[in-house]
Write a protein that binds this ligand. Structure first.
Ligand code: NAI
Ligand code: MG
Length: 482
């Protein structure tokens, strides 16, 4: 066993204060991928202190905004220079197919590039008060940002939070998920190599209830960005509330793809299948409900069946169509939900079990699965499964489709597939989700597009220029002159 991957605190690679470590597994084989230092509360204290010092330093807080942008451009380039290494590591750590990991790495680079360009364009405005007054606003960095990220898209979600925070002049303490912390550490290492001053980005892998809770409840942070489960989201929001720390919450969903009979079914099948099977369904914005107009149901489901059954499942680095589930625990959750679906009366038309190939026996694999004849109130239509399981619901009328789509505690994304502009626009205007896609689902990472939830999918927006609102605070200056 090589020496443990170290934490990044104040620009240094260090072990945990108590020298503790944990094992990280490759879900494709179940083998140990790495031993990683496990951050303690004392490490979190040090990292937050270091982020505070960096915030107030000449090298970062006092640097011209254009200099922040230049460092971020270098980070984007360095990510691209190391793309293949990063993608391979992500594929081992998370299990995702290599080409999806390659996309994730390019998207991570795009976040730095996109937000680098705004670093010196974060402007305020002037407010007319009449003669004898000048009133203006300044958008100042909010301060030390805590970011707690999940295991499903570590480098993408890491970059998605870190890049706008740095552009705004903030500093960050990033806690990756215990299930897949590797590429977040590489990101921190790359940033240091590109001249990001010590303490501006600290990376602390560790357990949620220890390092995560210590960070979320820390009185020294000014802002918290969390991506993960609703349950933990509620817990960390309460911790942050004790210190009046604002939170951005990205908590997943049960996003519908609504397909009308007039849609181009060939492109629709691709979009619908990709929306649920990408990353083995472990995507906050997964299109996990298919609402299909009854007239097109049999045709669409038959095409989806063909597709699901022809998909190659295997180790991420062999670049299959679908890789494993992140962990044994998550695999068992997916299995449990398929059983719940069957018991509720849904019909499994594809998949529904672990693959039978002996060569996949040690990894955490599950087949691409279609659950047909799902009713809108079944648990498999209401609860986030976070696996490659599509719940299929038939509808007859547009109003009915919208009502079913909105009958959810979640509201992250929706897709609508039709050639009829009136149907598309009616759905777009009446759906209760933070993003709507028409005749597509996703937009190559969607770096430029504001992303976030309605209802229990969360609040606040990441991605796009709207993300900056979370990392800046507005100061109003009112000047009276004679
Ligand atoms: P989780 O919500 O437990 O983990 C997300 C992050 O929160 C990780 O970094 C974890 O270490 C941290 N965390 C856990 N407990 C914490 C605590 N008490 N205080 C502070 N931080 C804490 O998610 P988990 O257990 O990995 O997955 C469970 C379910 O959550 C999934 O089945 C899925 O439904 C949902 N999920 C949604 C994600 C999304 O992208 N919105 C991502 C990951 C999970
Ligand atoms: Mg958990």
């Amino acid at each position: 066993m090589p020496t443990a991957e170290q934490l990044i605190i104040d620009g240094e690679r260090v072990g945990a204060s108590d020298a503790g470590t944990f094992d990280v597994y490759d879900p494709s084989s179940g083998d140990v991928l790495a031993e990683v230092a496990k951050a303690t509360k004392a490490d979190v204290d040090r990292a937050v202190q270091s982020a505070r010092t960096a915030l107030e330093s000449k090298a970062w807080g006092g640097a011209p905004p254009a200099e922040r942008g230049r460092i971020m451009i270098r980070i984007a380039q360095a990510i691209r220079d190391r793309a293949e290494e990063l993608a391979t590591l992500e594929s081992h750590d998370n299990g995702k197919p290599l080409r999806q990991a390659r996309t994730d790495v390019q998207v991570a680079a795009r976040y730095f590039e996109f937000f680098a360009g705004i670093a010196d364009k974060i402007m305020g405005h002037t407010i007319p008060l009449g003669p004898g007054f000048l009133d203006y606003t300044v958008r100042e960095p909010i301060g030390v940002c805590a970011q707690i990220i999940p295991w499903n898209y570590p480098i993408q979600i890491g970059a998605r939070g870190v890049a706008p925070a740095l552009a705004a002049g903030c500093t960050v303490v990033l806690k990756p998920a215990e299930d897949a912390p590797m590429t977040a550490l590489r990101l921190g290492e790359i940033a240091l190599g590109c001249g990001l001053p010590p303490g501006v980005l600290n990376v602390l892998p560790g357990m949620g209830p220890e390092a995560g809770a210590a960070l979320a409840s820390h009185p020294g942070i000014n802002q918290l960005t969390f991506t993960g489960s609703v349950e933990v989201g509620i817990a960390v929001a309460k911790m942050a509330a004790e210190n009046i720390v604002p939170v951005v919450m990205e908590l997943g969903g049960k996003s519908p793809n609504i397909v009308f009979a007039d849609a181009d079914l060939e492109t629709t099948v691709q979009g619908v299948a990709n929306a649920i099977f990408q990353n083995a369904g472990q995507t906050c914005s997964a299109g996990s409900r298919l609402l299909v107009e009854r007239k097109a149901h049999d045709d669409l489901v038959s095409r989806l069946n063909d597709r699901a059954k022809s998909m190659r499942v295997g180790p991420g680095v062999s670049d299959p169509d679908m890789g494993p589930i992140i962990s044994k625990k998550q695999l068992e959750t997916v299995e449990r939900y398929v059983k719940i679906g069957r018991d509720e009366g849904a019909r499994v038309t594809a998949g529904g079990a672990r693959p039978s190939e002996a060569s996949l026996g040690r990894g955490f694999y599950f087949q691409p699965t279609l659950l047909d004849e799902v009713a809108p109130d079944m648990r498999v239509a209401q609860e986030e499964i976070f696996g490659p399981v599509l719940a299929i619901i038939a509808f007859d009328e547009l109003d009915e489709a919208i009502e079913i789509a909105n009958r959810s505690q979640y509201g992250l994304v929706a897709g609508v597939w039709t050639r009829d502009i009136n149907k598309a626009m009616t759905v777009a205007s009446r759906i209760k989700t933070g993003q709507v896609y028409v005749n597509t689902y996703g937009a190559g990472g969607g770096v430029e597009l504001p992303f976030g939830g309605y209802k229990k999918s969360g609040y606040g927006r990441e991605k796009g220029l709207d993300a900056l609102a979370s990392y800046t605070q507005i100061k109003n200056v009112c000047v009276r002159f004679a």
